[in-house]
Design a protein around this ligand. Sequence first.
Ligand SMILES: Nc1ncnc2c1ncn2[C@@H]1O[C@H](COP(=O)(O)OP(=O)(O)OP(=O)(O)O)[C@@H](O)[C@H]1O
Ligand SMILES: [Mg+2]
Length: 310
Amino acid sequence: MLEAVELTKHFKQHKAVQAINVYLKRGEIVGLLGPNGAGKSTAIGMISSLITPTTGEVYFQKKDVLKNPQVLRKKLGVVPQEIALYDDLTAKENLEFFGRIQKMKNPELKEKIQEVLEQIGLQDQGKKLVKHFSGGMKRRLNIGAALLHEPEILIMDEPTVGIDPQSRNYILETVKRLNQEKQMTILYTSHYMEEVEYLCDRIYIMDRGSIIASGTKKEIKNILSADQMIQVKMERENEEFIQILQSQPIIARVEMKDHQVTIVVPKEVNLIAKLFKWAEETKANILGVEIQSPTLEDVFLHLTGRALRN
Ligand SMILES: Nc1ncnc2c1ncn2[C@@H]1O[C@H](COP(=O)(O)OP(=O)(O)OP(=O)(O)O)[C@@H](O)[C@H]1O
Ligand SMILES: [Mg+2]
């Protein structure tokens, strides 16, 4: 549906975005994950034709967006990273302003404003001045402004930065709802890996202007070593049980700490039944077993040697 090809942006000497390839299929929620300064905002600025690329192309339904921005403009909603609202206007007046920019007129505009206020959970706050809004309410209204013209594609640039957990959850649920109920295609930018992990079907990981990994969550996590880590909680330490584990050639590593045994084995090995058998033989009492899968944070660390958040 939307495709960016070899998009590049240089600000003088600085290579903010280097030859990235990104596509969105209809109905997907796609994540763009990366630390501060990775080039996320510059990338989506180019995709939404707000920033002119140094080189590269953008296509919407096979039409060239850079030559013809209006093929995308009506179908696209962009939620900017910086909150763009008028403090001295009410929520409703703000939405009215943004609706008029989209050339919407009453009575349709009025209806849409009411619908959008409901979508973002501000139906009772429409007459309140934005300057009296909390950070989370402003973020929600910022999203609402992008929804008025019923876009098919929504691009969100870090929509949950600096807000309370409750507003954050509300926004995440709103994103899910827009996708499920309105079949909206969403590009969700964030440096919170849990959000991207929760929301997104496919993910691009960006660092220093380049996309360093892409694919489904599973594909990206498979970048990490072929091992799995199993945590076994024991009632008490049992030397004999540990010795059996250590004597298994298939087990790469065994560590014991605070009644917890960490076992590393290749991913394809299913050890659980054997663990319980060995425990029974040695009268070791297992309280719990947990198989830990790597997080996107682990993948980022593996690829870059740095943590996602500084
Ligand atoms: N207009 C500009 N002029 C010069 N440099 C810029 C400009 N816009 C962005 N940059 C630089 O390009 C790089 C990428 O910036 P960008 O804002 O795209 O990153 P980001 O991933 O959105 O970061 P953040 O998570 O902090 O929003 C940064 O080093 C930034 O300083
Ligand atoms: Mg940004």
